[in-house]
Design a protein around this ligand. Structure first.
Ligand code: TYD
Ligand code: MG
Length: 429
């Protein structure tokens, strides 16, 4: 059956063999006292690509399976070919399983990326059983599968790319990588709305899940770790697509602020935490009279329901009338910020646009806003302030609850606020 009779979705049924209880040929596990379990020790393989090492939490862990997802054309094959080259140049044999492209196409990409590939092997095999046969011959120290949607197991009836095939193949690659203690990278295509069931269904199987964020037409490419069994989640790697592949971005804050128009209303600089790293971004808002019977609300890079909540708070607590206004909110540069600390700059940008008054371009803002208009403390205040100082900002407007700071800071004026009225006064709105 292609369609599930219960939920009416297509291609969600998974073929599984029925194994009678007690007939399992191999014992499936053993029980140990907690104290007798050995500690897991591993040495990370540094790629010396600082952004890639960062998203992985400090380098590649041998025996780990990394899923790299993203829209078609965003740069997945480029990134992993570059990483394969780094490993290959240092003597690791890398098997690159390319079900999507011919070896010649890969070589064409490799030429742009100045790949020498002294220990790189390309296989265009798509049948997983034969991929493992190849692997037995080559004995790779790392495996790249481009993409998991194109491999299939002969043991299953369903078509390649179906959920059953994807799951089965991913499990087999997982076993392969654990047994040989080598890292495996699986590429998975995701459509913009994330509907493609495939890679999402693998998230719980693999050790690390990385996703390319943003859209493929912008030059900066963001890779986020949404899950990491060996390191912190939510780390962000920031790259720029050049004619020679993905280059690491040294100073993300200056990149994200590079196209900022100063002294324009509706723009507030926010210091966001992306994993453990502070990044300055511009929060933009446009409030304009609506031409529709119901006003439009659009949010890019921030949660739309958070925007609605903050607009309702402004109406109720500060007496704004936004009913007849369209409100557009955008985080410049394609970054998405999910943390509550983005509330205050968002409110600032909306009010600035509403009143058509600019906020000083030398001010940065962060803080959570509660429903009563109170401003709440956020995490990592000190780290955010240091980034602002480093980038030459002169004022920081932040929650009073974050004071006192662990160390005194010099070179920036700190204005602490505890409710929205105080905040608006502090930024001159
Ligand atoms: P690709 O890595 O093939 O995307 P994916 O595997 O995610 O589908 O390529 C992404 C885009 O990057 C493609 O449109 C071409 C472009 N590109 C460059 O701009 N510079 C380069 O050096 C390379 C290799 C690709
Ligand atoms: Mg590709």
């Amino acid at each position: 059956m292609g369609r599930c009779p219960a939920c009416d979705e297509w291609d969600t049924l998974i073929e599984e063999a029925v194994v009678p209880v007690g007939s399992s040929p191999t014992p499936s596990g053993q029980t140990l006292a907690y104290a007798d379990v050995d500690n897991l020790t591993f040495e990370r393989i540094q790629t010396w690509n600082p952004e890639f090492d960062r998203v992985l939490g400090g380098g590649i862990v041998p025996g780990s399976v990394v899923l790299l997802g993203g829209e078609p054309g965003i740069g997945k094959s480029t990134l992993l070919l570059q990483i394969a080259e780094i490993l290959s140049a240092r003597g690791t044999r890398v098997l690159y399983v390319a079900g999507e492209e011919s070896s010649k196409q890969i070589k064409m990409r490799g030429d742009r990326l100045l790949v020498e590939g002294s220990n790189l092997f390309i296989s265009t095999e798509t049948c997983i059983e034969r991929v493992f046969e190849e692997a037995d011959k080559i004995e790779p120290g790392a495996l790249v599968v481009d993409s998991i949607q194109t491999v299939l197991s002969e043991g299953l009836q369903s078509a390649p790319g179906s959920i059953g095939q994807i799951r089965e193949c991913a499990l087999r690659f997982l076993n392969f990588s654990k047994q040989r203690h080598i890292p495996a990278f699986l590429i998975g295509h995701i459509t913009k709305d994330g509907t493609l069931a495939g890679p999402k269904a693998l998230e719980h199987i693999v050790d690390v899940v990385l996703y390319f964020e943003g859209d493929r037409y912008q030059n900066q490419k963001l890779v986020r770790a949404v899950k990491n069994r060996f390191g912190p989640a939510n780390e962000l790697g920031i790259f720029e697509m050049t004619s020679q592949g993905l280059k690491c971005v040294d100073n993300p804050s200056s990149l994200f602020l590079s196209e900022r128009a100063e002294n324009v209303s509706g723009s507030v600089v926010f210091c966001a935490m992306q994993g453990s790293r502070p990044v300055l971004v511009e929060m933009q808002a446009l409030v304009s009279q609506t031409n529709y019977s119901t006003a439009r609300r659009t949010a890019t890079g921030v949660d739309p329901s958070r925007v609605s909540l903050l607009l309702a708070m402004l109406e109720k607590r500060v007496g704004f009338n936004l009913l007849g206004s369209d409100v557009y909110v955008n985080v410049a540069g394609g970054l998405s910020v999910a943390e509550p600390a983005a509330d205050l700059p968002l409110v600032g940008a909306v009010v600035s646009s509403y009143r058509d008054l600019p906020v000083s371009p030398k001010t940065i803002v962060f803080g959570e806003v509660g429903l009563a208009g109170e401003i709440r403390a956020v995490s990592s205040a000190f780290t955010r302030i240091k980034e602002a100082i480093g980038m030459g900002f002169e004022h920081v407007v932040m929650p009073a609850g974050n004071l006192p700071l662990p160390e005194p800071v010099k070179g920036i004026e700190i204005v602490s606020v505890s409710n929205v009225e105080e905040f608006l006064e502090a930024v001159g709105l």
